[in-house]
Ligand binder design. Structure first.
Ligand SMILES: [Zn+2]
Length: 489
C-alpha cells in the first residue's frame, strides 16, 4: 500500500511539473528515508487525488510512530516535508521563474501560482470552506468572508509555541521560513518557496510568495528579505509603483505602518496584493480635480479616500508625496484630528493598480490616536461592534472586504435560536457578547429568511466599522474636501 502511494505521489509530481525524470530516484530515496523504509518497487499506477495519497502516507507515518500526534499542525508539517522531496531547490525555482518572466510577467506568476497550488502550499480545499458573500450598502457592494480555512490550533501546539523561545525564524515573513520544519508555526514551511524580485533598484532584495490561506484570487505577499520594520513613506510609494511596473496585472497595497491602523505584522516590511477587483475600485466619485496633469478624485467611501490617476509615474508620485506630506502634519482639533502628541499619529494605507495605461493610486487617510474613552483608538472599530470584529482595520478591510472570524458561523446558529426564544442569552458564553445585537434583531420583526437577514446585518455592521475608521467622521464631507483642496494646491 505505502509503496503504491509513493509511486502515485511521484506520478503526481510529474503531472504537475514539480520534478523531472532526473529527480525521480533522488525524490523517492528522500521519501523512503523519512518513512524509515529501505525498499521500493516501481509500479505502473493510476493517478490518484493528492489528498488521498498524502493522507494515507501521513496515516502510515502515524501508525509507525514517525510522527507522534494526530493534530492538524503536525499532519500539515509532515505533509509539507514529504512534498518538499519532490520540489526544486529555491535557486532552481528562481531560474524557472525568471525564464518564464522573460516571456511575460503574467506567465511567470501563473506558473508560480499553479506550483504553489500543486504543492498544496496554497490550501485550496480549505479555502473552499470559507463563506463569501456580498452586502449591498450605501457605498456599493462590500465583500464579506467568514474565514473557516485556517485550522483551529491544537491547545498542545499553542503550549509548545509559548515555550519556544528560540525565535527562529524571527517572524512568519522572514526568509528563514523557506524550507523550515516546525509544527508550531502558523503554517507548515518545508514546502515553502519564495522567489526573488528587485524593487526600486534593490537587486533581489525582495521576496514574492502566495498566501497559503488566500482571501482572494492570487493573494500575494511581497516582503523585504531582511527583517526590518514596516514603513509607509515616499520610499514605500516608489516601491509599490515599481512593483506594478514589474507585475502590471496585479493590485498591490501596504498596510499603514503604525499600530492600531496597521496589519498584524508590523515588524517586517511587506505588501499584499492579488489579481482581484476590490469594492473600493467601484466607489462613486464625489469630486474631481486636475492638478499638474494628475487627476485627483475624492471617493464616496466609508473611509476618507482619494484616488490619483495619471500615466506619468513621476508626476503622479510628486502629487502623492505632496498630499502625504500635508497629511503628516495636518491637525484639526475641532474634529479630533491630532497629527502628533508624544508620537506621530497620521499615516495612510496606499494601494496601486493599473487602469489601462494609467496608474490608479488610492490613498486612504489613517490616524491611530487613542484616548481614555477609546483606548483602542478613536478611529478604530467602536467597542459596541467588537462582537463582530475587534482586530485592526487593515489593508484588505480598507478595500471593502471583511475577513470575519470562523466562530461567527456557530454563533449565527445560536443567535437564530435566541431570536426565536429557544435559548437564553445570559447564560451562554458564546452569545453574551451579541446581547445588544440580538435585542436589535428581535425588534426588527424579521419576516424574510433569518440566515439571509443576519448575514445582511453583519454587512451593515461592517459598513459601520469602516465608518468608525474614517478620520473625518467628527466633521463632515466639507471638512475633508477643504483638506484635499489645500493639500493638492
Ligand atoms: Zn521577519
Amino acid at each position: 500500500m505505502i509503496n503504491t502511494r509513493i509511486n502515485q505521489l511521484i506520478e503526481y509530481g510529474f503531472k504537475h511539473d514539480l520534478l523531472t525524470e532526473d529527480d525521480k530516484y533522488y525524490a523517492v530515496n528522500r521519501i523512503l528515508k523519512i518513512l524509515n523504509l529501505n525498499n521500493f518497487l516501481w509500479e505502473e499506477v493510476k493517478s490518484e487525488n493528492f489528498s488521498v495519497i498524502i493522507n494515507d502516507i501521513i496515516d502510515y507515518a502515524l501508525k509507525n510512530k514517525i510522527i507522534k500526534r494526530n493534530s492538524v499542525t503536525e499532519r500539515d508539517a509532515f505533509e509539507a516535508m514529504i512534498v518538499d522531496c519532490l520540489l526544486p531547490r529555491p535557486s532552481e525555482l528562481n531560474k524557472i521563474f525568471r525564464k518564464h518572466y522573460k516571456k511575460a510577467p503574467k506567465y511567470a506568476t501563473e506558473f508560480f501560482h499553479d506550483f504553489s497550488i500543486a504543492t498544496n502550499y496554497i490550501k485550496v480545499d480549505r479555502i473552499a470552506k470559507n463563506i463569501n458573500y456580498k452586502y449591498k450598502g450605501k457605498y456599493g457592494d462590500l465583500n464579506l468572508a467568514i474565514n473557516l480555512s485556517k485550522p483551529e490550533k491544537d491547545p498542545m501546539d499553542i503550549k509548545k509555541q509559548s515555550q519556544d523561545n528560540s525565535k527562529y525564524p524571527i517572524c512568519p515573513l522572514c526568509m528563514e521560513n523557506v524550507g523550515v520544519y516546525q509544527t508550531s508555526s502558523l503554517a507548515p514551511r518545508s514546502n515553502h518557496r519564495v522567489v526573488s524580485i528587485s524593487l526600486n533598484n534593490e537587486k533581489d532584495a525582495w521576496g514574492f510568495q502566495y498566501s497559503p490561506y488566500a482571501y482572494f484570487n492570487e493573494h500575494i505577499i511581497v516582503l523585504r528579505k531582511d527583517h526590518s520594520k514596516m514603513y509607509v513613506n515616499e520610499k514605500t510609494f516608489l516601491e509599490l509603483i515599481d512593483f506594478i511596473n514589474k507585475f502590471p496585472h496585479y493590485l498591490i497595497g501596504s498596510n499603514a505602518g503604525l499600530p492600531i491602523v496597521g496589519g498584524s505584522i508590523l515588524s517586517h516590511h511587506h505588501f499584499q496584493g492579488g489579481r482581484f477587483d476590490f469594492p473600493i475600485e467601484n466607489a462613486r466619485v464625489i469630486k474631481k480635480y486636475k492638478k499638474k496633469r494628475v487627476q485627483i478624485e475624492v471617493l464616496d467611501w466609508p473611509m476618507a479616500t482619494i484616488r490619483f490617476s495619471g500615466n506619468n509615474e513621476n508626476r503622479l508620485l510628486d502629487m502623492v508625496n505632496q498630499v502625504y506630506q500635508y497629511w503628516k502634519t495636518y491637525s484639526n482639533k475641532e474634529i479630533n484630528i491630532f497629527a502628533k502628541t508624544n508620537e506621530e499619529h497620521n499615516t495612510v494605507t496606499p494601494i496601486v493598480k493599473l487602469n489601462g495605461s494609467d496608474f490608479n493610486f488610492y490613498m486612504v487617510f489613517r490616524n491611530n490616536y487613542s484616548n481614555k474613552q477609546y483606548p483602542y483608538g478613536i478611529f478604530h472599530t467602536n467597542p459596541e461592534r467588537f462582537h463582530i470584529k475587534k482586530e485592526n482595520i487593515g489593508l484588505i478591510e480598507v478595500m471593502g472586504m471583511a475577513i470575519l472570524p470562523g466562530r461567527l458561523l456557530t454563533e449565527i446558529e445560536l443567535i437564530k435560536q435566541a431570536i426565536k426564544g429557544e435559548i437564553e442569552v445570559d447564560n451562554n458564553d458564546l452569545l453574551i457578547k451579541h446581547k445588544h445585537w440580538i435585542e436589535k434583531l428581535k425588534s426588527d420583526n424579521i419576516s424574510e429568511n433569518l440566515d439571509e437577514y443576519i448575514k445582511k446585518d453583519i454587512g451593515r455592521i461592517f459598513e459601520d466599522i469602516l465608518e468608525d475608521a474614517n478620520v473625518f467622521k467628527y466633521g463632515d464631507e466639507n471638512d475633508f474636501l477643504r483638506f484635499v483642496e489645500k493639500a493638492i494646491y
